[in-house]
Design a protein around this ligand. Structure first.
Ligand SMILES: [Zn+2]
Length: 307
């Protein structure tokens, strides 16, 4: 965490080296995300450039409850949506090459909100939300380290996937709806305990208790939103690498496969593409994107001409 805030300080100071390092580290996975949704090569490049320019412009408001990757993916999603909207607006008539059966915009509508959009909505960033993110992460980490992957999958399906109890028990091979309700009940109880260990926040405890047996409502959405925005259950990149080379043990393997194939997590799929070098950004493209960011940084840091 210390390391991250140090890095953020340097990025906020618009240091060239710090930004070049970030682009080097993240261009591949961001490009992979864009490439899954935008077929045109030139447009992909433009969008990648816009993402980093957007990141530079927005870094002053970076919220440290998230990671840098979540911040960048949030902007990445927004810029991709912007591009797809513009393209849809300019091509009102049918596409020349037959039917493109899935509109990427429809696909993205089901992807949940993200730090990029939340950054722009400052009033939503309450202390309660920040604490909630921490509790969700702690709970996932604890459940993972206990080897309770089935429990992790069920709770992820409910909060991140928005599955209903009655769908979940069948798809997860549980004994019935009550088994699902029981898992959810115990998970929320544990989250409340985790929330109470630090400085307990009344709002947070309410959110986590009203979840119980709730049919819907604002609280459920809040937990689901923050689960998605904080990528609470996304396995770290090294787990994805081990998934690719087939070296995962049964438990983590089942969870990672569930997360990728059933949750269809867009961020992890982009990371996976990047690791597989499938939709990898050409080196020349990365260099052009870096040049464009550097240009912008230079324009921001040069002393203004006296008028
Ligand atoms: Zn993920």
């Amino acid at each position: 965490m210390k390391e991250l805030s140090l890095q953020i300080d340097r990025l906020q100071a618009l240091e060239n080296d710090a930004w070049a390092a970030v682009e080097h580290q993240f261009a591949g996975r961001l490009y992979a995300y864009v490439a899954r949704r935008i077929p045109d090569q030139q447009a992909r490049e433009d969008v990648l450039q816009e993402i980093f320019l957007g990141a530079v412009r927005g870094i002053g408001g970076f919220d440290q409850v998230y990671t840098l990757e979540q911040y960048l993916f949030g902007i990445c999603r927004n810029r991709t949506i912007d591009h797809l909207r513009r393209r849809r607006d300019t091509t009102v008539s049918s596409s020349p090459e037959g039917v493109d059966e899935t509109d990427p915009l429809d696909q993205m509508a089901i992807e949940r909100s993200n730090p990029g959009s939340i950054v722009g909505e400052r009033d939503l960033r309450t202390r309660t939300r920040s604490l909630l993110v921490q509790v969700l992460r702690d709970w996932v980490q604890e459940t993972w380290s206990q080897g309770e992957f089935k429990r992790l999958m069920v709770v992820e399906a409910l909060f991140l996937g928005g599955w209903r109890n009655r769908d979940t028990w069948e798809r997860m091979g549980l004994s019935g709806e009550r088994a699902v309700a029981g898992i959810k009940f115990r998970a929320l109880a544990r989250m409340r305990a985790l929330a109470g260990q630090g400085d307990a926040d009344r709002g947070l405890l309410e959110v986590l208790s009203e979840e119980e047996g709730a049919v819907g409502g604002a609280e459920v959405l809040l937990v689901s939103d923050e689960w998605a925005a904080s990528h609470a259950s996304c396995p770290a990149r090294h787990w994805l690498a081990r998934h690719l080379n087939g070296s995962l043990d049964e438990g983590p393997k089942s969870f990672v496969e569930f997360h990728l194939s059933k949750m269809e997590c867009p961020w992890c799929l982009a990371n996976l593409d990047d690791l597989e070098q499938e939709r990898v950004a050409p080196q020349a493209l990365i260099e052009r994107v870096q040049a464009s960011t550097m240009n912008y940084l230079r324009s921001r840091t040069l002393p203004q001409e006296p008028s």
